[in-house]
Design a protein around this ligand. Structure first.
Ligand code: FES
Ligand code: FE2
Length: 339
């Protein structure tokens, strides 16, 4: 393949989502009794729980005539299409054709299937590259239970997923975009920024200020691409000190994404209950307000905004993330040469 064709493929891959990664696709509560249909990385997927509560995920297309299986019925170990009742099981096989009693297509694998993990209150799917086996998924400690309480907020944003990821790689916007918010009114409006390598990625931080505003952000790759930051809280905002945010963004298609933000605090015992109550009663609305500010800015940007930028030093963090993702996209579309 010539270099231009390869670069085109890499650009498309980048636009619709890198593979060889786990992605959160919905919050756990979104998959209940009925089958749930989603589009992620441009693929239509039906999710449903079997009798034991285990989530299955297969391509959301009926092998008979192509209706969306998610519009049908949950039969436990399989889903039934609403249109003519064809049943598809968790292995993606056409397991029954009730209208004729049987058919030759039965038991043959027809639909794409996905590896599923349920963790931190979300359902995660493995999006492999050419059928690659899933990597181990290690999440930041804030969302692994233990000493941390993490509350998941998720929302649909009508912008390419990279704008959402780049937004988190840009701490300086906190002092401007969120300047009137409850937690980001403090501190300098200017800063010198630097990047520093970590075991699984890098930190991008202000050199003149820490622990006052949104002052640092971290990117990590541990089976999924995650980002983490912390924002100091006033005493009135309850127990547990600084407030951690772990964020992941999952592409829906090239112009839409689903963001997942876990709001985390290190609290135990009665403090955990106090914090959860305070969060639900008072803080959640404030946090949605902050997220809305991000959403409005990003949805207002043109899809090709990154072609016409005048970047400065504060953008070094997001440029670093871009380079890393561009290199990964190129690697993923380059044909493997057998040794
Ligand atoms: S399209 Fe699904 S059963 Fe016919
Ligand atoms: Fe923001």
């Amino acid at each position: 393949m010539d270099e231009t064709a390869l670069k085109d493929q890499a650009r498309t891959r980048l636009n619709t989502g890198l593979r060889d990664l786990w992605y959160p696709v919905v919050a756990s509560w979104e998959v209940a009794e009925a089958p749930t249909g989603v589009t992620r990385l441009g693929e239509k997927i039906v999710l449903w729980r079997d009798g034991q509560g285990k989530v299955n995920a297969v391509e959301d297309r009926c092998p008979h005539r192509g209706a969306r299986l998610s519009m049908g019925w949950n039969l436990g170990d399989r889903v039934a299409c609403w249109y003519h009742g064809v049943e598809v099981d968790a292995a993606g096989r056409m397991a029954a054709v009730p209208a004729i009693g049987r058919c030759e297509a039965e038991k043959r694998a027809r639909n794409r299937t996905y590896h599923v993990i349920e963790r931190a209150g979300a359902i995660w799917l493995w999006f492999g590259n050419d059928g690659s086996e899933p990597a181990e998924l290690t999440l930041p400690e804030e969302v692994n239970g233990g000493e941390w309480e993490a509350i998941l907020c998720t929302a649909h944003w009508s912008c390419n997923y990279r704008y959402a990821a780049e937004n988190v790689m840009d701490p300086m916007h906190g002092a401007y975009l969120h300047s009137v918010s409850h937690s980001m009114a403090e501190g300098d409006k200017t800063a010198t920024m630097r990047a520093r390598a970590t075991d699984h990625g890098f930190v991008f931080e202000k050199t003149n200020q820490s622990g006052i505003n949104f002052d640092w952000t971290e990117f990590g790759a541990t089976g999924a691409y995650w980002q983490r930051l912390s924002i100091p809280y006033r005493r009135a905002a309850g127990p547990g000190g600084s407030f951690g945010i772990v964020g992941l963004v999952t592409p829906v298609d090239s112009t839409n994404c689903r963001v997942f933000f876990w709001r985390c605090r290190k609290v135990q015992g009665w403090q955990r209950d106090a914090w959860k109550f305070l969060y639900r009663a008072r803080l959640e609305t404030l946090h949605w307000d902050v997220l809305e500010q991000d959403r409005l800015i990003l949805e207002g940007m043109d899809d090709d905004a990154r072609e016409h930028e005048a970047l400065y030093a504060h953008d070094a963090g997001l440029v670093k993330l871009r380079r890393l993702m561009e290199a990964e996209a190129l690697k993923q579309v380059t044909p493997k040469v057998e040794a």
